[in-house]
Design a binder for this molecule. Structure first.
Ligand code: SF4
Length: 405
């Protein structure tokens, strides 16, 4: 059986380190240009070089997204950018636009190329077309179900990748013009304003200013608000259907989101790979995934034709826990230096989480500043000295159950 890859997003170097240390085999990130996440804290060339080093030190792989659709004036800029990227020897580029693919093959012929889900590949003929064009891996369209993925795997030779977890668009393969039309911010250039999640009303053309509510219930109407994808309960079926890489969405997500999600998928994959015949799903994994910010989870199209996957109740995110601090160092006197992310207080019931599903509940004791002053609270970005449960390590995270649920 092949070893499936767990592929995670990374919005910056710190998130990249967290992604690898919490169990990702590979990470994808955006450069300064052409990567479809204009707001994701993208990597300049120096940061990319450091990212490459970090990946090599850990024996992991690194992919750069170049999946925007380009205009004529962009092509010379891309050619020059590719020349500057070449010495970094990244493991692969992720592209959608055949023009980008063609240019890439001319400028950097040996480099591995992966096809983005934006290219909307839905059948084996299309996969073979892209393979002949030089693509090594195809991220299949999200509209496909499990049987279709299995059929495509049986009829093709390239690596197949699917999204396993994260936000979905109502335009599943990303061919969405809503944001560009309504705000001038194009999803295909990486600046989507997410108008699909806004509240809408009805206006009759001779009565401007009179808004008729279109209510699905008393809270309003969210006609295009998609649920989030979560395939944690179906990993064995994906692997058995021939999926080579399981991708987690979210280059804009927090370090806590990445850590919490990646470690769950890592645990499930490791258990399956250790003994596929005896594999059983652990419901605690699903509970863990509820502790990060998300819309109601769904399995998308994986299990067959479905009614619309919109979530009509509201457009709010849910989560049961807040991320309050990250462990930065363990001090010589057995205490820990943490950096705050949300306010917390002595006496708060906290949970420490780390790679490998390591976790421990404890009550926060005394909090001090680095210079030893007592603190009444841990504040966002403050550096705080405190006691942690035995076994705590650098880059472990602290969270607290929300009171207002
Ligand atoms: S408007 Fe919504 S559906 Fe369209 S690209 Fe943006 S997030 Fe996706």
């Amino acid at each position: 059986m092949h070893q499936p890859e767990l592929l995670a997003p990374a919005g910056d170097l710190e998130k990249l380190r967290i992604a690898f240390d919490y169990g990702a085999d590979a990470a994808y990130l955006g450069g300064e240009q052409f990567g479809l996440r204009a707001l994701a804290g993208n990597f300049d060339l120096d940061a990319l070089a450091r990212a490459r080093e970090l990946a090599m030190d850990r024996g992991k792989r690194l992919y750069l997204t170049l999946n925007a659709y380009l205009r004529p004036a962009d092509m010379p800029v891309l050619a020059e950018y590719l020349e500057r990227l070449k010495p970094l020897e990244l493991d692969a580029y992720i592209v959608s636009d055949p023009g980008v693919l063609g240019l890439l093959r001319r400028v950097d012929p040996g480099r591995e190329i992966h096809l983005s889900t934006q290219a909307n590949t839905t059948n084996a003929e299309a996969v073979r077309f892209w393979q002949a064009a030089g693509v090594r891996r195809v991220n299949l369209a999200r509209e496909l179900n499990l049987d279709e993925i299995r059929v495509i795997h049986g009829e093709t030779e390239v690596e197949l990748e699917v999204f396993a977890h994260g936000a979905l668009c109502v335009a599943y393969s990303g061919r969405c013009l809503l944001s560009a039309a309504m705000t001038g911010r194009s999803a295909n250039q990486g600046t989507c304003a997410h108008p699909c999640r806004w509240r809408y009303a009805l206006v009759e053309e001779t009565r401007p200013g009179e808004y008729f509510p279109i209510e699905e219930d008393g809270r309003g109407s969210y006609l295009m608000n998609s649920r989030d994808l979560c395939l944690i309960e179906h990993l064995p079926r994906l692997i058995e259907a021939g999926v080579h890489s399981l991708k987690i969405e979210g280059r804009m997500k927090t370090m806590y989101y990445l850590a919490a999600v990646i470690r769950v998928y890592r645990a499930a994959l490791d258990r399956y790979l250790a003994n596929p015949a005896e594999y059983c799903f652990d419901p605690a994994w699903r509970d863990e995934l509820d502790k990060v910010s998300h819309r109601p989870y769904d399995t998308g199209f994986l299990l067959g034709a479905r009614d619309a996957l919109v979530h009509t109740a509201d457009s709010k995110y849910r989560r049961t826990h807040d991320f309050v601090a990250v462990v930065r160092a363990l001090t010589a006197d057995g205490r820990a230096l943490v950096e705050g992310r949300n306010r917390f207080f002595p006496g708060d019931r906290l949970e420490l989480i780390g790679p490998g599903m390591r976790q421990a509940e404890f009550s926060a004791g005394e909090l001090r500043s680095e210079s030893g002053e007592p603190l009444v609270a841990g504040q966002p970005n403050a550096r705080i000295v405190m006691d942690l449960p035995a076994g705590a390590r650098v880059d472990d995270l602290l969270r607290r159950e929300r009171q207002d649920r």
